[in-house]
Design a protein around this ligand. Structure first.
Ligand SMILES: [Zn+2]
Length: 367
């Protein structure tokens, strides 16, 4: 079977802003979400030769009707008006530049096409290398570089087409996947799990106690990991929380919100993951997808701002998805992997155990 890849040069052209003066004495010459890390992922895929083994999936613009399955008409109109007027903030830290409305729609459409390709069997799994990202966007508010919630719209599209009825989302971005959580908070047909840095962004979001509501209670799981968590903590969270939840939920497709900003070199995250962490998590989740849902697996790119290191993490994920190892080896891995604290620490294990054993939580097997 094969692995698909969606990319379009226009994702690099998305303008997430160049300057934000937060105070008279705060000089910031660029926002963190630049084109660099995404372009350099693409370049490493080409340079390593992995791209030759991947099936290209051509993106399209998501239609208004598709976006309106989640977002409100007023929000679409606002984003379009900002784009037409020369740019502006679609909420909080969700700037889009002039004429970027269509690029945001292209990012969402890329996920729709990639999920279609997975669900109709053209590819076994896929990676949507998109920009802007999506997991912070709620139905009427952009935030954290997210304009439209790409994966939420993709799930609602697939459900509307009758392609799936039960979907799981695993979000390993260093920030909380608040938008995805919000979209399905009362919906037991979509399991949402987020591993993220505790108390980071959005503020006051992503706690253990946010478990879903009504019929959706128990189908939202947050694992707020302490700053400094590394390889051991992430793999433990996958094995103790994600895998049991997936096995009990039995999804028909698994989606990954693949932010790579929990890597050790990220300027925003304070975690210590490295390329082997992402390789192991991708291998593990691919195995679960093969066991539970005929391998149906889609990862959509989210954050990740260390442009020199993010490509090695993305390459590792796509090599795992494609079951191909190129001869390109992460030059930093041998150093980062031996940093003190990479192994699971007791205070990290405590949080993971709590997430795994919360009463009413599907990971705990008490539904
Ligand atoms: Zn992030």
């Amino acid at each position: 079977m094969t692995t698909g890849l969606v990319w379009d040069e226009r994702f690099a052209w998305f303008n997430a802003g160049t300057y934000r003066q937060r105070s008279p004495l705060y000089q910031q010459l660029t926002v963190y979400d630049t084109r660099d890390s995404k372009e350099q992922i693409r370049e490493l895929l080409v340079a390593s030769g992995l791209v030759d083994t991947l099936v290209p999936i051509v993106p399209r613009l998501a239609t208004d009707a598709e976006l309106l399955r989640y977002h409100t008409p007023a929000y679409l109109a606002k984003v379009k008006a900002l784009s037409d007027a020369g740019g502006g903030d679609a909420g909080e830290g969700a700037y889009l530049g002039p004429n970027c409305y269509d690029i945001a729609k292209l990012a969402t459409g890329a996920c729709l096409e990639a999920l279609d390709a997975v669900l109709d069997g053209r590819v076994e799994n896929a990676y949507a290398l998109v920009r802007p990202c999506g997991h912070h966007a709620t139905k009427d508010f952009g935030r954290g570089y997210s304009i439209f919630n790409n994966l939420v719209v993709a799930i609602l599209h697939a459900k509307a087409q009758g392609q799936v009825s039960r979907v799981a989302v695993v979000d390993w971005d260093v920030h909380h996947g608040n938008g995805t959580q919000d979209a399905f908070y009362d919906d037991p047909s979509v399991l949402t799990i987020s591993l993220h840095q505790d108390g980071y962004y959005p503020p006051d979001s992503g706690g253990l106690d946010e478990q879903g509501e009504g019929p959706g209670r128990g189908y939202n799981i947050n694992v707020p990991l302490p700053p400094g968590s590394g390889h051991g903590a992430y793999l433990e969270a996958m094995q103790q929380v994600v895998v049991p939840a997936l096995r009990r939920f039995r999804p028909e497709a698994i989606l990954v919100a693949s932010g790579l900003d929990a890597n050790a070199r990220d300027p925003l995250g304070r975690m210590m993951c490295h390329s082997q962490t992402y390789r192991d998590m991708a291998t593990l989740i691919k195995a679960e997808a093969q066991e539970l849902c005929q391998g149906r697996l889609l990862a959509s790119h989210e954050g990740g701002y260390a442009s020199l290191y993010v490509p090695w993490c993305a390459l590792a994920i796509m090599e795992a998805f494609a079951d191909v190892k190129t001869s390109s080896d992460d030059p930093s891995l041998s150093r980062v992997a031996v940093w003190p604290g990479q192994e699971l620490q007791p205070h990290q294990a405590s949080v993971i155990s709590k997430a795994a054993e919360l009463p009413g939580n599907i990971a705990a097997g008490r539904l």
